[in-house]
Design a protein around this ligand. Structure first.
Ligand code: P70
Length: 441
């Protein structure tokens, strides 16, 4: 028993469990047909292991539940708001806080305040809700992520990086006054949960500073990004996740947050900024769209659970187990030959449906088909991230996105290693009979 090293393990134990309904193939066939072969439309009661999303699906700790009991449900000035404000300042380093019901609430307010008609918003790959709010405010999103991010097989360790040449070209073409901010996301979701490096962030900061352009951070999964920096970037191995998160944020001017991911709550989000003027405007606007500025659409108890969850999310032990579990699943799937996006990201495994089903044309919906087959096989629900998600043009023709993926998103602190084995074995079984799988219309 020499040199045996444990890679990761859960820094918690179970106090309560939620019983799951086990289904048989006939029941799943019926449920899937009723859902129109769309995993979004399945009833969760018909799902065994739910990997549709990591959003709002985390298990809260006993401390968070205790915090729920300490909710101060006053209309104005709830003590939980002040606690949350203190935590956001301490952990994330932003000065002013505006709570919102979830991430998109913050995106709406920020876009309305900072974007004018005809503005350009460069970003390291789009996210659906973020881009939509930018467009609704009159702006146009421009992708400035490095090319490597669009290649599922490229193993570059920081596929979330910004291509500074692309950004410079946009500044030259449109002028800095047309760019209210760069929208920089950590753990880039649509690229497979890929991180941005501190080195790249510093360079982004220097370039934008020269032109007087803000950097606004989509910090939905910032702690997962910090973990990859700790593991992969020179000079960061001995820093804590908390220190790295704060450093990331120090290169930015403000942030939108969906607390339903990293921050370990089932609902919640916020906008955080360092500029007083932007804060003042946001504080007025949040009243119109979300609620008074000291609750922003949340109950006092939700803000308390969030404040406690933020603290837990930047613990090194938590993040090691969180990402460790995702990597365990990914490596197991890869060992069965299942084609996955590499490197493995922070919040889930993205299966390359084009490589999985090479005989299937993209307009027969390979990723949607694969998600349906996985559900039929084992009751595991995944999310299509391909031609269906990309939507259609106004003339009814399909967009044909480069990436045709199925996302196996892992909720935080919810499933066990045996569950991970069930998932990988199911993917392997479907992979073994891939030749016999037909597409959809
Ligand atoms: C997901 C969820 C939400 C999200 C995000 C990033 C990087 C903002 C938000 C919005 C939920 C989702 C949303 C739209 C389509 C599919 C799934 N991502 N930024 O599953 O936050 O949901 O709180 O308004 O990932 O990836 P919110």
């Amino acid at each position: 028993m020499k040199n045996i090293k444990r890679s990761w393990a859960e820094p918690y134990k179970m106090k309560m469990v939620e019983l799951l309904k086990m289904t048989n193939p006939a029941q799943r066939k019926k449920a899937l047909k009723e859902a129109g072969y769309n995993t979004f439309l399945l009833r969760s009661d018909d799902v065994y292991i739910d990997l549709l999303t990591d959003s709002g699906t985390s298990a809260m700790s006993d401390r968070q539940w205790a915090g729920m009991m300490m909710g101060d449900e006053a209309y104005a000035g709830s003590r939980n708001f002040y606690h949350l404000e203190e935590v956001v300042k301490d952990v994330y380093g932003y000065k002013y806080l505006i709570p919102t019901h979830q991430g998109r609430g913050a995106e709406n307010i920020l876009s309305k305040i900072l974007i004018k008609k005809g503005d350009i918003i460069p970003g390291n790959m789009y996210f659906t809700t973020t881009r939509l709010h930018q467009e609704l405010a009159g702006g146009k999103f421009e992708d400035i992520i490095i090319d490597e991010a669009h290649d599922p097989e490229n193993e570059f360790p920081f596929k979330g990086n910004v291509d500074l040449n692309k950004l410079e070209k946009l500044i030259k073409k449109h002028g800095a006054e047309k760019i209210p901010y760069v929208c920089m996301a950590t753990s880039v979701n649509m690229a497979g949960g890929q991180p941005i490096s501190i080195k790249n962030l510093k360079e982004l900061r220097a370039l934008t500073k020269k032109h007087g352009i803000r950097v606004i951070h989509d910090m939905t999964r910032v702690a997962e990004n910090a973990y990859f920096i700790q593991q992969r970037e020179k000079g960061y191995a001995h820093k804590t996740i908390k220190e790295i998160v704060k450093e990331i944020n120090s290169y930015t001017d403000g942030a939108t947050m969906s607390a339903k991911k990293d921050a370990l709550v089932n609902i919640g989000g916020f906008l955080a900024v360092n500029e007083w003027d932007v804060f003042e405007e946001a504080r007025n606007m949040v009243v119109v769209y979300e609620g008074l500025h000291t609750y922003g659409g949340l109950a006092g108890r939700d803000m308390e659970a969030m404040a406690i969850g933020i603290g837990e999310s930047v613990s090194d032990g938590h993040m090691k187990a969180r990402v460790g579990q995702v990597i365990y699943l990914g490596e197991k799937m890869a060992s069965y030959g299942v084609p996955i996006v590499k490197p493995i990201g922070g919040h889930g495994i993205f299966v390359d449906a084009i490589k999985f089903l090479p005989h299937m044309p993209q307009d027969n919906f390979p990723a949607q088909t694969l998600a349906a087959e996985i559900y039929l096989d084992s009751g595991v629900r995944t999310m299509e991230r391909g031609i269906v998600s990309a939507g259609r043009k106004t003339n009814g023709e399909n967009y044909f996105p480069k990436l045709e993926l199925v996302r196996f998103t892992i909720p935080r602190r919810v499933y066990t290693q045996a569950h991970m084995d069930v998932i990988a074995e199911s993917a392997a079984r479907v992979y073994d009979r891939r030749i016999k799988i037909n597409g959809m219309k």
